[in-house]
Design a protein around this ligand. Structure first.
Ligand code: ZN
Length: 476
């Protein structure tokens, strides 16, 4: 038997029973992280649970393999890192060969039993379920908002924030700390912005990445987790919302071996999804497809993706120059936002590369003037610019309730589809863009979305030529 060097009741008051039942994985995980010690869930290896009543009132602890145990509720035991800290000389860590995985949790190499899964710490389990829930609901972001009561969790789905049900036992109060542990952020620092990433294996075993941003605010730190897309979640070209004619144009564009293709639209208009699909279709064994992105929105197998990094002097121009020395066939530029990048894009497109890039303009036909702003003259574009595609995303009507609203959708909508505007600078028959009219007619004819939704996205005064036999369902 071993007596603690100090009483663990320092943190939770004097009642031993409540003391131990309030301890959970996060507390120990936090302490372990501070102390730079491994974290071990003893419930995974213990032959049986030890009840608090088996511990004396002075909290004498039984030993296992030279390590002290603490009862958690009446079934879990955790190694208390601060105890290990006090015991470091006496502990033989080699007896416990723990390994660290990407989630920064430690576990024994022994096989997990079903029972062990059941006894995993509630917070660890809750966090994992929350992340998996976000993935399965198709959320793009998770917001963890501090409020005086604890934390409020919201998912961004189809562009709208949706509040999630509260966790049992107010677990969300400690969610932020768990997220910080998983993202390898500094737990002791709460007054500064921090960035990181965490990983979780989804229901079918794919490793998914969340980018994590933590920022202090009035009531505490706020975290936003952005789910990095997976190639398997990118629909086929024909499912992105193109009209038949637009699809033909795109397929033609993807046959080209050089030139510049621009995708324009505001943030969140689905540009990355379209580009991701195009890159996946372009990536073949006999072609080197590379991209420079900030940030990487989708992980694409077979595409050589470069993530910009301020600290390592990897900006658009430096990484593009380096990439061009690596013999690429297809180059994707996350965004043209300065003169240098614009010049490299044009040069590359003129010298035997197919260059795909995004540009921040509302309409497709505004691309040349935007490029002129970066010092690219019209005569340069004449031979290189193949096509400009502007795009927006509109929500699609819920397939279950057809727009009346049900448990499976948000305000009658579920999922999104694209509205596109195609423009070719030298197209004599279409000197101007069509104001999305072809796309609008297409989507309304298919009954995919509503006039109200299109108006919400394109603006109240955007002209909408209704195709015959289509009526707005009047959904607000
Ligand atoms: Zn519905």
């Amino acid at each position: 038997m071993f007596t603690l060097p100090f009483s663990p009741t320092w943190r939770y008051g004097t009642d031993v029973r409540s003391t131990v039942s309030d301890m959970d994985a996060l507390d120990t995980l936090e302490l372990a992280s501070h102390a730079g010690l491994p974290w071990v869930d003893l419930s995974l290896v213990l032959p049986r649970a030890i009840k608090p009543t088996e511990l004396g009132p002075e909290l004498q602890l039984p030993m296992l393999g030279g390590l002290p145990l603490v009862a958690h509720s009446n079934r879990l035991q955790y190694l208390m890192p601060y105890q290990i800290l006090a015991l470091t000389d006496q502990v033989d860590f080699d007896r416990f060969t723990a390994r660290q995985d990407d989630e920064h949790t430690l576990e024994f190499e022994d096989e997990r039993t079903e029972e062990a899964e059941l006894t995993q710490a509630p917070l660890v389990r809750y966090t994992r379920h929350l992340l998996l829930d976000a993935i399965s609901q198709g959320a793009s972001d998770i917001h963890i908002n501090p409020d005086p009561q604890g934390y409020l969790v919201k998912f961004r789905i189809d562009g709208f924030l949706q509040t999630q049900p509260a966790a049992p036992g107010q677990l969300e109060k400690r969610l932020l700390a768990r997220i910080k542990v998983m993202a390898n952020l500094d737990l002791t620092e709460s007054g500064q912005a921090q960035d990181g990433a965490l990983f979780v294996d989804d229901a079918i075993g794919r490793r998914r990445r969340f980018r994590v941003s933590v920022l202090p605010s009035l009531h505490g730190e706020k975290a936003v987790l952005r789910l990095v897309g997976h190639a398997s979640g990118i629909p086929e070209l024909q499912s992105l919302g193109f009209t038949h004619a637009q699809l033909q144009v795109i397929r033609g564009l993807l046959q080209a071996t050089q030139g510049l293709i621009l995708i324009t639209g505001p943030t969140g208009s689905g540009k990355s999804l379209t580009l991701g699909r195009m890159l996946l279709d372009l990536a073949r064994d006999d072609r080197h497809v590379a991209s420079v992105e900030d940030p990487i929105e989708f992980e694409l197998p077979d595409v050589h993706q470069v993530q910009l990094n301020r600290h390592r002097n990897l900006n658009f121009p430096t990484s593009l120059r380096a990439l061009l020395r690596q013999d690429p066939d297809v180059l994707m530029i996350g965004e043209i936002r300065d003169q240098e990048t614009a010049e490299i894009a044009i040069q590359a497109a003129e010298t035997g590369h197919l260059v795909l890039a995004t540009l921040h303009t509302k309409r497709a036909c505004d691309a040349p003037s935007r490029l002129a702003h970066f010092g690219i003259h019209a005569h340069h574009l004449k031979s290189t610019l193949r096509h400009v595609i502007a795009q927006r995303l509109v929500r699609t009507l819920c397939g279950i309730c057809q727009g009346t609203g049900c448990g499976e959708c948000h305000q009658g909508y579920r999922g999104r589809t694209g509205l596109f505007e195609f423009w070719r600078p030298s197209d004599p028959e279409r000197p101007e863009t069509d104001d999305y009219q072809e796309s609008i007619a297409h989507q309304l004819t298919l009954g995919q979305t509503t006039q109200t939704e299109i108006q919400r996205v394109l603006g109240e005064h955007h002209p909408i030529a209704l195709p015959s036999a289509v009526h707005d369902t009047g959904i607000k």
